[in-house]
Design a protein. Structure first.
Length: 288
């Protein structure tokens, strides 16, 4: 079902710190339900990106017919900054994909080559059966392993097979970087300052900012980790370690991956991240 969910993350667990920041829902966003599935989740770092990414979330939701999450944090949720809203006719909108097939010919879950079924408009004579059970292309229960495999594989592949079309990230001074900081949301703004401070000390640091966190930017992380001269990857998060495990998986042991955990309630100080950058660079210098 096309659906957009906005999660303004706070410090937890439970009610926790209801007006203070956190980033501890990142794995819940990815693995919050049972069974196999893929998810799309974005992470804005500013009010302007909240505007842009919310539109993008609706577009992705319509394009792939799937829930999309906007994973901001309390700092961004309460932030006041300039937002430039373009004229409506300059905003890209992905229209809902309605079928041209007639009632009786239409299969509610009969997907095209991209794995995404077309939809219908209510009141136009289509009879739709919806169930939470494993179902066939008509939407009727099909309680067997073959139907399960076909259904789940389609739900997964329509996103998993399109990482380059969905994944988005921003790079700052990564071209010659020996230490890469991977961050998202408000933490990426703090990390950028830490990268600037490291550069002022003569350390070649760079920032990989995740704009889309799911699907994860695994291809780019693997490329950076495999690069000659890489000293390490630093991952600051307002949690005790979540997205860092994805970075470790993609780095594959090629370079050290160092978390900078923070339980939430406040953001990191740039100096905290800087200290880890300096240590990562120093280890590589000793090896040389």
């Amino acid at each position: 079902m096309p659906l957009v969910i906005v999660n303004v993350q706070r410090g937890g667990p439970s009610t926790g710190l209801p007006t203070l920041p956190g980033q501890a829902d990142m794995m819940q966003a990815r693995w919050g339900s049972h069974c196999d599935y893929e998810i799309i989740a974005l992470s804005p770092m500013s009010p302007h990106e909240c505007f842009d990414q919310t539109i993008e979330a609706f577009n992705l939701s319509e394009q792939y017919r799937t829930p999309v999450l906007v994973m901001m944090d309390e700092c961004v949720g309460h932030m006041t900054e300039k937002v430039v809203i373009p004229p409506a006719d300059q905003i890209r909108i992905v229209p809902r994909r309605y079928t041209q097939k007639k009632p009786g010919e239409y299969l509610p879950f009969g997907a095209g080559p991209d794995g995404v079924p077309e939809m219908v408009q209510a009141g136009e004579g289509y009879h739709i059966h919806i169930t939470g059970l494993t179902h066939d292309e008509r939407g009727y229960p099909a309680m067997n392993a073959e139907a399960q495999k076909k259904l789940v594989r389609r739900l997964v592949d329509k996103i998993k097979n399109n990482p380059d079309a969905i994944t988005r990230y921003e790079e700052v001074q990564t071209g010659d970087a020996e230490v890469i900081v991977v961050a998202y949301g408000i933490t990426s703004r703090v990390a950028l300052r830490a990268v600037q401070m490291a550069r002022a000390q003569g350390i070649a640091a760079g920032l990989l900012r995740l704009q889309v966190v799911w699907p994860f930017a695994q291809k780019r992380v693997r490329e950076l980790a495999a690069r000659d001269g890489m000293a390490g990857i630093v991952v600051p998060e307002m949690n005790l370690g979540q997205m860092v495990y994805e970075v470790e998986r993609c780095a594959g042991g090629r370079v050290p991956v160092v978390p900078v955990p923070h339980a939430g309630g406040t953001v990191h100080h740039p100096e905290e991240i800087l200290q880890v950058i300096v240590r990562a660079a120093a280890v590589e210098e000793v090896k040389r």
